[in-house]
Design a protein around this ligand. Structure first.
Ligand SMILES: C[S@@+](CC[C@H](N)C(=O)[O-])C[C@H]1O[C@@H](n2cnc3c(N)ncnc32)[C@H](O)[C@@H]1O
Length: 224
């Protein structure tokens, strides 16, 4: 389901990933001159934005990888042993992941594997407070992990930073179309009635995003 969503949205992804690109831009300085392994690399935003010495990308969507400008991209599901065997046998300096791990079926498994590498890492994932007002109005639950769950599974050596973003729209139809076009709708199945209520009751002219960055290599004062 998640894979199908991203594959379907691959062609439009680069025009709809404003927030995801803002998140990457915040951390590209940590990767300067490094060989980076990019988990859930998508269509290659990070590869295009960072000054890297080398790059390996991993994603489970063939459609996303077909759009990626690097040839060093590999088709794996990060929820599988095969993926982590491949990663263990691949030389790189730093593991990164942007806006992808919230879709893991087993975040504890992914974080255990990241910790077992004993390498620098920096991962940013969206949390359940993304689209918070939509979940409140429709009395439904976000399909992705809460900050509490993420921190419960996080590697013991990680520091973290929570960020909030807003994406403004001049009309509500465009706003809700955006959700479907980026593949972030994920596993939510809002009914016709819920969508109708949302179009009527949604009080904001922006969408809310919350992300958390976990890393064993940042020591900023505002990391806790
Ligand atoms: C929102 S996109 C982010 C892409 C890129 N990292 C960026 O920041 O622009 C999420 C990506 O994660 C990939 N993905 C989701 N679950 C995955 C999994 N279990 N294994 C590998 N890739 C996955 C999707 O195919 C999609 O390309």
């Amino acid at each position: 389901m998640i894979k199908q969503n991203f594959s379907k949205c691959a062609k439009h992804y680069h025009t709809n990933n404003t927030i995801q690109r803002q998140i990457i831009a915040k951390y590209t300085h940590t990767m300067d001159g490094k060989v980076v392994l990019d988990l859930g690399c998508g269509d290659g935003s990070l590869y295009q934005m960072a000054s890297l010495a080398g790059y390996v990308g991993i994603d489970f969507s063939e459609e996303m990888l077909a759009l990626h400008p690097s040839n060093d991209v590999y088709l794996f599901d990060f929820d599988t042993e095969e993926c982590w065997q491949f990663i263990q046998n691949t030389p790189f300096d730093m593991l990164v992941s942007f806006s992808s791990l919230q879709w893991s079926k087993d975040l504890s498994f992914v974080f255990q594997n990241i910790a077992a590498l004993h390498k620098p890492y920096l991962v940013t994932l969206f949390s359940a407070n993304t689209f918070k007002t939509i979940w409140q109005i429709t009395s439904s639950k976000s399909p992705i992990y809460s900050i509490q769950d993420i921190l419960r599974y996080a590697p013991a050596d990680s520091k973290y930073e929570i960020s909030h973003f807003r994406l403004y729209f001049d009309d509500k139809i465009k706003m809700f179309k955006y959700i479907t076009q980026t593949g972030i709708k994920g596993t939510t199945n809002l009914t016709y009635t819920q969508v109708k209520r949302l179009l009527h009751d949604y009080p904001l002219n922006y969408l809310e995003f919350e992300s958390i960055t976990l890393s064993n290599m940042l020591h900023n004062a505002n990391m806790s």
